[in-house]
Write a protein that binds this ligand. Structure first.
Ligand code: C6P
Length: 413
């Protein structure tokens, strides 16, 4: 494909017009939003879908026989189908709506963990996990008398796969790893991790929080057993996300929560559970969120995840080169395979000060440990400043970031 054809396919100026918030000014400066790993902004179509839901469709689902309830149920289930297509799952019943990534991991830790993990067993995670993929397993291991093991990483922020292979044993009952690190940007070789785990007879959960909005995910091609993500990181609403699970696992797992909608029959003596996916969806769900997520998925797919990945890679390369040329700035996370996350530290300036000064320039970045304290410990630093890029960011914004960092350096010498 020629460069011109690619430009026609992906035009950042056109994309930006879909996001009303990007026209804001902050402290009199145009907003430069570089905190997309924390949450993404929402396109007009998602905002319109939410308004339409609450003005024309609002009703509870799976319960009423009336018109509105049928419309809302239809739209919600249509959205489930869109998640299925996004991940290329085999069946909509393998898609469980959740509150987000954290909720999805807790669901698996609870429901798979309590049926399959016992005293003496092992759970493997990696050194670059978000706290959401550490704490639920720690709690489970403590309760079940199991051991949590951690795949180490090198100084570039790449997992040591040989070390991982040696850890696998008949005791390993689940491997739970992040696809793209939120604090380092590393894209992990999850296909290899899944192959090795399966050769050991162990299922794998993939934390897809930072991958869904940036690259195509095909759960059947990956052959992962579970995959979780959050709607708000793929231009959808907060409070909604999804868990994909192979039906053979989901069928065998106990429910996560009890309540309405997840049951078939209830007596005081015994409850029987609903079919998948409803067995794992107790109570009134985030209906508007689910439908809004469906609109976000349509939007992303119209642009195309391959085009997005390619454009963001260009941004990453530009950002890495430009930031690296700033004296006294060190990038944390220099893996060969990276997504558009650039974590850095600036000599003599605490990351929080960097963030505060940049904020006054209208630049939104995140500073801190990014809910990955063990990553900070591994690199011997308290925190980083993190610019995380999305498809609507531009090279000009990276230039503004660099000018802001120069101001930081002037202040902190
Ligand atoms: N990372 C960040 O600024 P929730 O909060 O459930 O939507 O997502 C949790 C989560 C899990 N895994 C990874 C890899 C993540 O990046 C996140 C969220 C945000 O990096 C907020 S801490």
């Amino acid at each position: 494909m020629s460069t011109l054809e690619k430009e026609i396919l992906f035009d950042v100026t056109t994309v930006r017009k879909d996001f009303p918030i990007l026209t804001l000014s902050v402290y009199g400066k145009p907003l430069v939003y570089l905190d997309n790993a924390a949450t993404t902004q929402k396109p007009q179509i998602v905002l319109d879908t939410l308004t339409k839901y609450y003005t024309e469709q609002n009703s509870n689902i799976h319960r009423g026989v009336h018109f509105l309830s049928e419309v809302a149920t239809f739209e919600y289930e249509k959205a489930r189908g869109k998640v299925k297509n996004l991940l290329n799952a085999a069946d909509s019943k393998e898609i469980i709506f959740t509150k987000g990534t954290t909720d999805g991991i807790n669901l698996v830790a609870h429901s798979y963990g309590r049926t399959h993990i016992n005293a003496g067993d092992e759970v493997i995670i990696s050194a670059m996990e978000h706290h959401s993929n550490i704490v639920p397993w720690q709690l489970l291991c403590e309760e079940r008398g199991a051991t949590l093991r951690v795949i180490p990483m090198n100084d570039e922020g790449e997992l040591l796969i040989d070390g991982f292979q040696k850890m696998l044993s008949p005791k390993t009952k689940i491997v739970s790893v992040v696809y793209v690190s939120n604090s380092l940007g590393t894209i992990n070789p999850i296909k290899k991790i899944i192959e090795l785990s399966h050769a050991n007879g162990t299922p794998v959960l993939i934390d897809g929080a930072q991958s869904v909005a940036h690259m195509k995910v095909d759960v059947r091609e990956l052959d992962c057993d579970f995959f979780v993500f959050s709607g708000h990181k793929i231009f959808g609403p907060t409070g909604i996300g999804a868990l994909y699970g192979k039906s053979e696992w989901l069928e065998k797992m106990i429910p996560y929560q009890g309540g309405g909608d997840m049951i078939r029959s209830v007596t005081f003596e015994k409850t029987t559970f609903n079919d998948l996916p409803f067995k794992f969806e107790a109570g009134t769900p985030n209906i508007a969120g689910g439908i809004g997520l469906g609109a976000a998925i349509d939007y992303v797919q119209k642009i195309g995840l391959d085009a997005i990945r390619e454009y963001e890679h260009e941004l990453l390369e530009y950002g890495t080169d430009t930031l690296q040329s700033v004296n006294g700035l060190r990038i944390i996370g220099t893996a060969k395979e990276k997504a558009s996350v650039i974590s850095f530290v600036v000599e003599n300036a605490h990351p929080h000060d960097v963030g505060t000064i940049l904020d006054r320039e209208g630049i939104a970045i995140r500073t801190g440990h990014h809910c990955t304290q063990p990553v900070m410990q591994r690199f011997g630093i308290p925190a980083t400043a993190r610019a995380s890029l999305s498809m609507y960011n531009m090279k000009e914004e990276i230039d503004i970031l660099v000018r802001g960092i120069e101001k930081v350096k002037e202040i902190f010498g």
